[in-house]
Design a protein around this ligand. Structure first.
Ligand code: A3P
Length: 296
């Protein structure tokens, strides 16, 4: 895998039944033994849940709304993605995290049972962001088409089936959102929803502020809402992933900042796909108190 070279499909492997890239699986012992620190903040999510958005909000909060400071580096360099492993010479998330001075803010897509146990031991704060399954699978499909580092999604029909079966990177969405939902009662986890952020960003940013034990003036809060809106982030090169080479992410296939709207699934699911999805969803989510909104 070389910059500018035609990309080779990544091989995948399972770690404890969860699909990951082969390079990640080979680095698994190091990932599992990662040393968290008590003042770490971890932003956790299933892929495509609004992670980047949450990261930008958190960075703006931590930097008191200083836009320039938030443009010091790309999202992925500001917040190490702990399990993400690339072949040398590229930095892995672990390398970045270990080099980073405290207090660190990091990102993960790991399901709760695969989170390095030191996070629990050190009682690090965690923000988990969740997004409804239908918009998640649509976003994940388009991202898989444009991201050479992810397995090829195949057709929409094929990807939808793979998603329902949990045979995609980071495993089953259903188990992921439920697993973290259950964990929130035992740990310092703030569980938030993409749809709520879209509906009322002020209210959700205030929840994050409270969780981070931080107070800011109203004027800075408004600045954060503006700077982290979809349209502004879409044009922010330090947040929209356009600084990566085209051989990694090809925004001409589908931009990273694609639609940013709850309910976009309606332009992808057929009536039959929707009915089948709902039926399967009821089964998989039965018994959980966790509920989602598929539109706002
Ligand atoms: P869509 O593909 O539906 O547009 P992640 O950061 O977890 O990979 O999630 C990416 C998804 O979040 C994409 O969804 C992206 O457009 C959306 N997103 C990113 N920034 C956003 C923002 N500021 N407001 C709303 N959605 C945002």
């Amino acid at each position: 895998l070389q910059l500018g070279e035609k990309y080779i499909q990544p091989e995948t492997k399972e770690v404890n039944g969860i699909l990951v890239t082969k390079t990640m699986s080979e680095n698994w012992d190091n990932i599992w033994n990662f040393q968290a620190r008590p003042d770490d903040l971890l932003i956790a999510s299933y892929a495509k849940a609004g992670t980047t958005w949450t990261q930008e909000i958190v960075d703006m909060i931590q930097n008191d709304g200083d836009v320039q400071k938030c443009q010091r580096a790309n999202t992925f360099d500001r917040h190490p993605f702990i399990e993400w492993t690339l072949p040398p010479p590229f930095n892995s998330g672990l390398d970045l995290a270990e080099k980073m001075p405290s207090p660190r803010t990091m990102k993960t897509h790991l399901p709760v049972q695969l989170l390095p146990p030191s996070f629990w031991k050190e009682n690090s704060k965690i923000i988990y962001v969740a997004r409804n399954a239908k918009d998640t699978v649509v976003s994940y499909y388009h991202f898989s088409r444009m991201a050479a580092l992810l397995p090829n999604p195949g057709t929409w029909e094929e990807f939808l089936e793979a998603f329902k079966a949990g045979k995609v990177l980071w495993g089953s969405w259903y188990d992921h959102v439920k697993g973290w939902w259950d964990a929130k009662d035992q740990h310092r986890i703030l569980y938030i929803f993409y749809e709520d952020m879209k509906e009322d960003p002020k209210r959700e940013i205030q929840k994050i502020l409270k969780f981070l034990e931080k107070e800011i003036p109203e004027e800075i809060l408004n600045k954060i809402i503006y700077h982290t809106s979809f349209d502004v982030m879409k044009h922010n090169p330090m947040a929209n992933y356009t600084t990566l080479p085209i051989s990694f992410l090809d925004h001409s296939i589908s931009p990273f900042m694609r639609k940013g709207m709850p309910g976009d699934w309606k332009s992808h699911f057929t009536v039959t796909q929707n009915e089948e999805f709902d039926k399967d969803y009821q089964k998989k989510m039965a018994g959980s108190t966790l509920t989602f909104r598929t539109e706002i």
